[in-house]
Design a protein around this ligand. Sequence first.
Ligand SMILES: NC(=O)c1ccc[n+]([C@@H]2O[C@H](COP(=O)([O-])OP(=O)(O)OC[C@H]3O[C@@H](n4cnc5c(N)ncnc54)[C@H](O)[C@@H]3O)[C@@H](O)[C@H]2O)c1
Length: 251
Amino acid sequence: MRRFENQVAIVTGGGRGIGAATARRLGSEGAAVVVADIDLEPAEEVSASIRAEKGEALAVPLNVTSRADIEKMLAAALERYDHVDVLANIAGTGFAAHFLRLTDEQWQRTLNINLTGVFLCSQVVARHMVERGIAGRIVNMASTNGLVGEGDYAAYNASKFGVVGLTMTMAIDLAPYNIRVNSVCPGLIKTRLSQPLWADPAASSEYLKKIPLNRFGEPEEVAATVAYLASTDSGFITGHQLVIDGGQLTF
Ligand SMILES: NC(=O)c1ccc[n+]([C@@H]2O[C@H](COP(=O)([O-])OP(=O)(O)OC[C@H]3O[C@@H](n4cnc5c(N)ncnc54)[C@H](O)[C@@H]3O)[C@@H](O)[C@H]2O)c1
């Protein structure tokens, strides 16, 4: 089923991991995909792989913390594809640091990319959707760390709790314009970001004890949930946090 025929989607952080899988998934379902990433080279590779499958894609450089960059990205998207129906805010960063050793710089950088980035991209793109009367869909990347705490991740947790709150308020403020806003809350997914946890045998077997399904998630599994929330299949869902964690939060 090609749910995004004649639709245009922007995927931030589209060059790697969950963002890359999301860009490919939306592209395979018919969307023209703007693959936006601070690293242009992987974004270009993802974009080329979508085109190789007879899809449509454009790679664009983007730092989600810069409003000027976001406006340039939107202009590039509009020039090529005319309008934008879907925004998937996937770009993000994270690292472990005990609360007592967390620096101002680490705190600010994490909040800037993971939370302020979602605000800025969403506001710029939502203004376009409202102006054009588009029944848009915005999917924000939160995390299970946006719903429960985890030691050594104060900045990351604060940023992802922020994304959950932002999602709920955006859902209310944008509902009158028929724009839906949801977030996904993945547990541990095998990407570059989480490599220190899944690639180390000792850390990995310890972590798996917390996951009833006894495995880590794949980027494609998160991409499928983003695609669901971005499609009309989820037409009556807004302001929701979709958990995809192999059952981790059931403990
Ligand atoms: N991997 C997990 O276990 C997991 C779990 C829950 C949530 N997440 C979230 O998923 C998202 C994607 O993470 P991932 O695991 O795929 O990591 P990843 O490192 O594989 O990919 C992140 C991508 O975001 C890009 N990026 C980073 N800063 C950026 C910026 N300022 N502007 C634009 N692009 C930027 C990177 O270049 C990279 O391509 C993040 O928001 C992360 O917090 C990941």
